[in-house]
Design a protein around this ligand. Structure first.
Ligand code: GAP
Length: 448
């Protein structure tokens, strides 16, 4: 993990947030390359969900959440982790993550009994901070999908089964954030709420588990590094009938990358008005505040049905960590040398191609390289850079380390025959290709 963290900082993927003032625990900033990688991963998820499925719609809802939403979702009462205090050093810890009942800070066994600690962040809303007017920073993106259920159904004429997907920030006041970007206080989720006819939920659940595994493999996380975890009944979240966790072999151990839950009719049943007129199977809190019926009318029977929900919920940051961990390679080269190479899937690479003029002070070479950069950039495959440092070897090393699939060198022969040397990141093979053919070549490399 240390080598990966060091590469992330050195090359501009991920920085500790507020580092110049000593940093803040559980918060990270994505640098110039990190933001590209993250956007590419989110785009891959968005395409797989929304563009490839006509029955899934997107949403981008507010982060600040009305407390009533999180009261009826059950988060106010149950969204907590067990916390203990160490009487010797005043450290606070998640009791379920402590080994041997010993304080991880000082080793003392003088700990308090565990007590629930609610993980939601609160913030004042409006100019008067009297404690009465506040909002929560959402702890998951899911809830605004449920509260917008009728808006989306009415505006997009959906019938079951269909989904609503969202990518966005979520916040949790983790007691012990740790392991780099694995457990943080501010992170991003990619969540789909897929609404189905009750009774078809088990089948849909299994099918989403398989689809999500296939997707992770396409992102460069192989099945050998994944295990499925059938969450036992006593560990299930308050809303879940069954949850299957996609566990990944992170550098620090096997841990959750994504959870795929059958949330039953709990959420729509919790947020709907007229609960007693609907056939809700989950145990829900009485709701006298909602002004909207969250159900779908069966066209034939005219009966109102509260759909069941299958929820694949993935962490963007954990995805980045898994993908970078898989891609990170140190290779031994001939002559005792070694190279660090990030073998990212090209569609995720922060930079798709680097165009390198052989000499930085030669106007003709730089002009041709710069024209090629513009042509390739216009393909809209992602970022293409002009690497005008005049040091080819250094350029190759840098682009291997940041996962650029192709380096394209413009030399003096290029001016004569309009060809360029194209170097493949993974094989290090170099071949001459006509400059005219490079757009097509890059499209093939990036899109597979
Ligand atoms: N809506 C369901 C839900 O939020 P979850 O298992 O609590 O379920 C889903 O979270 C995913 O969000 C996890 O699988 C993980 O990838 C990510 N996640 C959760 N807490 C996180 C944290 N503190 N830091 C980074 N990622 C987190």
């Amino acid at each position: 993990m240390e080598d990966l963290v060091s590469l992330c900082k050195r090359r501009g993927f991920i920085f500790q947030s507020g580092e110049i003032y000593g940093g803040m625990q559980g918060m990270y900033d994505y640098g110039p390359l990190g933001v590209e990688l993250k956007n590419n991963l989110k785009h891959a998820w968005w395409s797989a969900m929304i563009y490839e499925n006509d029955n899934i719609e997107g949403l981008d809802a507010s982060i600040l959440s009305n407390p009533t939403v999180l009261k009826h979702s059950g988060h106010e009462d149950t969204f907590s982790d067990p916390m203990v205090d160490c009487r010797a050093c005043n450290g606070r810890w998640r009791s379920d993550l402590i080994d041997d009942s010993k304080c991880p800070g000082c080793g003392s066994t003088d700990l308090t009994e565990p007590r629930p600690f609610n993980l939601m962040f609160k913030t004042a809303v409006g100019p008067i901070d009297d404690g009465a007017s506040f909002a929560y920073l959402r702890p998951e993106t899911a809830q605004q999908i449920f509260t917008n259920f009728k808006n989306v159904v009415d505006s997009s004429s959906k019938s079951l089964p269909f989904g609503i997907a969202q990518i966005g920030k979520a916040f949790r006041n983790e007691i012990t954030p740790r392991n780099f970007i694995f457990r943080v206080r501010e992170f991003e989720q990619m969540e789909l709420e897929f609404f189905v006819v009750p009774g078809t939920d088990d089948e849909w659940h299994n099918s989403w588990v398989q689809k999500r595994l296939d997707w992770w493999v396409q992102q460069g996380v192989p099945m050998e590094s994944i295990e499925l975890y059938e969450v036992p009944d006593d560990e299930l979240a308050h809303y879940s009938k069954r949850t299957v966790d996609v566990m990944y072999k992170f550098p620090h151990g096997l841990e959750e990358l994504e959870g795929i839950a059958n949330r039953t009719d709990f959420d729509l049943g919790s947020h709907t008005k007229n609960q007693d007129e609907l056939d809700i199977s989950a145990k829900v809190m009485e709701n006298k505040s909602s002004n909207t019926r969250l159900a779908i009318q069966d066209i034939e029977t005219k009966k109102w049905v509260v759909p069941y929900v299958i929820e694949p919920s993935a962490g963007v940051d954990r995805g980045i960590l898994a993908i970078m961990n898989e891609a990170y390679n140190i290779e031994q080269l001939e002559g005792g040398k070694e190279r660090t190479v990030l073998k990212l899937k090209p569609h995720l690479s922060p930079i798709k191609a680097a165009v390198i003029p052989l000499k930085k002070n030669n106007d003709d070479l730089v002009r041709l390289a710069s024209d090629l950069k513009s042509t390739l950039q216009k393909l809209n495959l992602g970022r293409v850079v002009l690497e005008n440092t005049g040091n080819i070897g250094k350029g190759y090393r840098r682009h291997d380390e940041i996962g650029t699939p192709l380096c394209i060198t413009i030399d003096f022969d290029s001016l004569e025959d309009m060809t360029a040397t194209v170097r493949d990141r993974d094989t290090m093979e170099q071949k001459r290709i006509k400059i005219d053919l490079l757009p097509e070549y890059l499209i093939k490399v990036v899109n597979g």
